[in-house]
Every structure is written in C-alpha cells, then in structure tokens.
Design a protein around this ligand. Sequence first.
Ligand SMILES: C[S@@+](CC[C@H](N)C(=O)[O-])C[C@H]1O[C@@H](n2cnc3c(N)ncnc32)[C@H](O)[C@@H]1O
Length: 228
Amino acid sequence: MESVNNIALEFNEFSKNYTNDMIGCVPHYKELISSFIKYLPDNFSPISILDLGCGNGNITSQLISHFPNATYTMVDASSEMIELCRKQFKSHNVIYSNMYFNDFIFKPESYDLIVAGFSLHHCDYKEKRSIFKAIYSSLKIGGMFSYSDLMINKTNPDHPVLLDEWHHFVNSNFPDGEKWAWVMEHYKAFDKPTDYLDQIECLRNVGFTNIQIPFKEGYWVYLQAVKS
Ligand SMILES: C[S@@+](CC[C@H](N)C(=O)[O-])C[C@H]1O[C@@H](n2cnc3c(N)ncnc32)[C@H](O)[C@@H]1O
C-alpha cells in the first residue's frame, strides 16, 4: 500500500483492509477501541454522540450496541470510510459529514459524548488546540470527550525506543517488512502526535477540569475529559 498525497485519498486507500491493518500495525488497537465502552461511567447514557474521524466505524459500532437509540454524527474526510459507515449503520439514526474537521460546524452545547479514535494525531498542536476548544463548546454540561491515540512528540527522547518497539510489533505480524515501510511512510507524511501531558494541559486551558487516563500502554493512550 502506497501513501497518497492527502488524508482523504490516503484513507480511501487504507479503507480496503482497514481493521485488519490497524490490528496488525497499531499496538493495543483492540484494547484502545474497547476502552470507549469499558471505561464509561455506569450511569452515563449519552443520547447525542459525535465521532470525529470515524473511519470505517469501529468506535461507533461499539457505542451503537450499547446506546442503540442515540443520535450519531460521524465526521470523516474520506468518502470511502463514510460509505462503509453508511452500509454498516443503515438502520440507525446517523448523520454523516464527509469533510475535514476544519470545515465541520461544531454546534454549541449539542453532544453528550464526543469520541475520536486515532484521528487527532493527524492534526498538529495548534489544530488540536482549536479542535479541543470547539469540542468543549460543543459538549453539553456533564458531557464527555473521550479519545484514543498515540500521544508522544516526535522530539520526545523516548521516541526512538517507541519506534523500535513499534517496528518489532508490526514485523511480528507482517514479517516481510513492507507493511512497516508503509507505516513509516504514512507516519512521516501525515502523523503529528503530541505528548499526552501537553494534551492534558491544552484540555485544561480550554476549560476541561476532570481529565483521566483510564488506559495507557507506553504512549498508546485512551483519555477522557468531562465538561463540568
Ligand atoms: C486511523 S483512522 C481512525 C478510524 C477510527 N476512528 C478508528 O479508531 O479505527 C483516522 C480517520 O480519521 C480521518 N481523518 C484524519 N484527519 C482528519 C481531518 N483533519 N478531518 C477529517 N477526518 C480526518 C481519516 O480519514 C481516517 O478515516
């Protein structure tokens, strides 16, 4: 699989074998995806849910089985990913927005839950800050923002070790080395991860007070932030 020159086209291509590729290329992918349900508070029953960078719908599909009557809004730049979601969630109440986050209108106080799985690392720190601000204003009081991602700056002294461990993981699943070469090509062209401590500070700055990390393996992190 070759990298193409923008996020939408890259993920149109990636959509063909998406879940298997993610499981084989992203350490802890399954745990990080199941965290979106596992760590929700028992009494939390969202009725309006926004999935940012929904991809083929792996996070929404978990949420939908627990909250079948909620209204879902799914945003993704890739038309192929949105198409996969349309097929999968035909019988549910879903609004689709095939667009970049920058073009999406975040309506104030509209959602109980906003999720983002492995999508925000495509935004640099400045873009993350502006998305966090929009997310905060778009949540209802008591609403939760929860997201999974790789959370390390490329300049972090631990970054070379992370790459070594990641390389080992990918090659153990795809020994011919081609997949790792593609992962690194994609990583170089599209990925702008940010340290989780910087993200926590940024979330505090936009107004979140209750911020938790229920799951973390190295720099692979699932984080929750509540608007109180
Ligand atoms: C790695 S996939 C994650 C999909 C799914 N959330 C998951 O956890 O498996 C990232 C998705 O985010 C979308 N994406 C990345 N940056 C985006 C942006 N700035 N605006 C809209 N969608 C974006 C991509 O098209 C892709 O489908």
